[in-house]
Design a protein around this ligand. Sequence first.
Ligand SMILES: [Zn+2]
Ligand SMILES: [Zn+2]
Length: 256
Amino acid sequence: MWADLHIHTEYSCDSEAKIEEYVKQATAINLQMLCFTDHVDFNKNDYGYNHYNPEKFFEGYHRVKASCKNRIRLFAGIEFSEPHLYAEKLNQLSSDYPYDYIIGSIHWIGNLFPCQEVQNRFSAKEFYTLYWKEVLNTVKQGGFDALGHIDFPKRYYGEIYYTEAMMNEIFKYLLDKDMILEVNTSSLRKGNSRPMPGDELLKIYKANGGQYVTIGSDAHEVKDLGANIHIAKTLAEAFDLQEVVYESRKRIPVTY
Ligand SMILES: [Zn+2]
Ligand SMILES: [Zn+2]
């Protein structure tokens, strides 16, 4: 069974891809489970600030799902940016709409995004130090199912900096709240040799009692659906982590 649980569609500010096109592609490449996770952003610096409309998403989603029968299993999700800063909005969305799965991601640290200009101003170590504090705050708050692309700055800096003590603390809060890690393969399309996270953080996650991961391509275009998810699957297996999907906010095995 193959699942891709991180997919952006035309309901995200930065994608024009249609749900039905993803479903067609899933059939062509033999993917059985898809979760659409459009961006929900409330940072005013973000291009997608306040762009997401759950009514429009669910209208499109239910239309395709009805025509899809049980051929391919579709799930509804969101990728919610900086959950700890907009906890009320997240609570509202997750109680008002029947999401299966919520990814919590840190994209911004205040007005800093790891673009080229920020990379010129901050060394990788400096930026990651700020970034991990924000990740810690978000796992302390919770309210989501999986932490998205945990070493996100790697996609831009091309390298990772962390301390084991900080990672232990992050994983302790993450697991205490029954949340898990996502393995996101988009870094592989940006020239990185490993997904997010790679071996070093998965090892610490496992040592802290982590048992499960979700796997997602972070596709914004149909051609990227399922890209390199076999690499993430092999990596998860190497650390004896079970791949899961979420339905109605509950974990189910991918073999389900
Ligand atoms: Zn993201
Ligand atoms: Zn994403």
